[in-house]
Write a protein that binds this ligand. Structure first.
Ligand code: NAD
Length: 267
């Protein structure tokens, strides 16, 4: 199997579950040293590290709440201590705390923005400092570093009952593009992936019973729910030199959800 990320180190935030787990395993299979970040539940992260190692890969688990500046700084220090360089940031950690708009508490708003937007800001800023310090490492990658922000189709599709989440992902979009515009000259590539509906714990009520799954299918022209591997393959490509001229853009991996299928029969 080809190893396009050999001799590179990838931090995957929220790597202990769902999409992050899929990405951590795929990055390791592509040759990267992987930092599996977790906020709670070291056991899940450790078992992913074990699985990567038993497949011949290299990984460590690092606990850090991405919404805490102090935790993020410590995670970057620990990564450098272990692997000496950082080449790829997958800013993936994210949460939902849903509520009708008039019932939404300030705490629910702040928590979601804190993890989904501030967390990505803190990690991207620390990654950028390190990428600038390292510069392009000849023979390793064409870029000095790659940042991949995990957004969502809800960076463009409004989502009633999830105002905090949609606002955080809309924020990720312009944050990603603004960072990309600012640091392109350092040969750092910055992009987002916007998943559609992917089968993970974050959206279990949307797929764990037939009625919900049938309703979900009306939103997905391609006719199946996504799996973490769908996103992981896109992430490996975006982190590799195969996508070297891709910068400041969002790759939608959504089975066509952003084609607004409700309009298909509306002619
Ligand atoms: P998940 O709940 O399985 O995973 C979320 C991960 O983030 C977990 O590992 C969790 O421990 C971690 N996390 C939560 N708070 C954290 C914090 N403060 N610090 C560090 N880590 C923290 O859900 P998922 O579906 O794998 O979600 C991953 C990302 O993909 C999120 O950003 C989510 O918004 C995005 N996304 C998911 C879907 C989907 O359909 N599953 C769709 C679009 C976007």
């Amino acid at each position: 199997m080809s190893k396009p990320l050999l001799n590179q180190t990838a931090i995957v935030t929220g790597g202990s579950s769902g999409i992050g787990e899929g990405i951590a395993k795929a990055m390791a299979a592509a040759g990267a040293n992987v930092v599996v970040n977790f906020a709670h539940g070291r056991d899940a992260a450790d078992s992913i590290v074990q699985s990567i190692r038993s497949d011949g890969g290299t990984a460590i688990s690092v606990g850090a709440d991405v919404s805490s500046e102090q935790d993020v700084l410590a995670m970057f220090s620990q990564t450098l201590e272990e692997f000496q360089s950082i080449d790829i940031l997958i800013a993936n950690a994210g949460i939902q705390q849903d509520a009708g708009f008039t019932e939404m508490t300030l705490d629910q708003w702040n928590k979601v923005l804190g993890v989904n937007l501030t967390g990505q800001f803190l990690c991207a800023r620390e990654a950028t400092k390190q990428f600038i310090k390292q510069g392009v490492r000849d023979g390793v990658s064409c870029a000095a570093g790659k940042i991949i922000c995990m957004s969502s189709v809800h960076q463009i599709i409004p989502w009633a009952g999830h105002v905090n989440y949609a606002a955080s992902k809309g924020g990720v979009d312009l944050m990603m593009k603004s960072i990309a515009q600012e640091i392109a000259g350092h040969r750092i590539r910055v992009n987002s992936i916007a998943p559609g509906a992917i089968q993970t714990p974050i959206n279990k009520p949307a797929w764990d019973n037939k009625e919900s799954l049938d309703a979900l299918m009306t939103l997905i022209p391609y006719g199946r729910i996504g799996v973490p591997e769908d996103i992981a393959k896109a992430a490996v490509w975006l982190a590799s030199d195969e996508s070297d001229y891709v910068h400041g853009t969002t790759l939608y991996v959504d089975g066509g959800m952003t084609l607004y299928p409700g309009f298909a029969d509306n002619g």
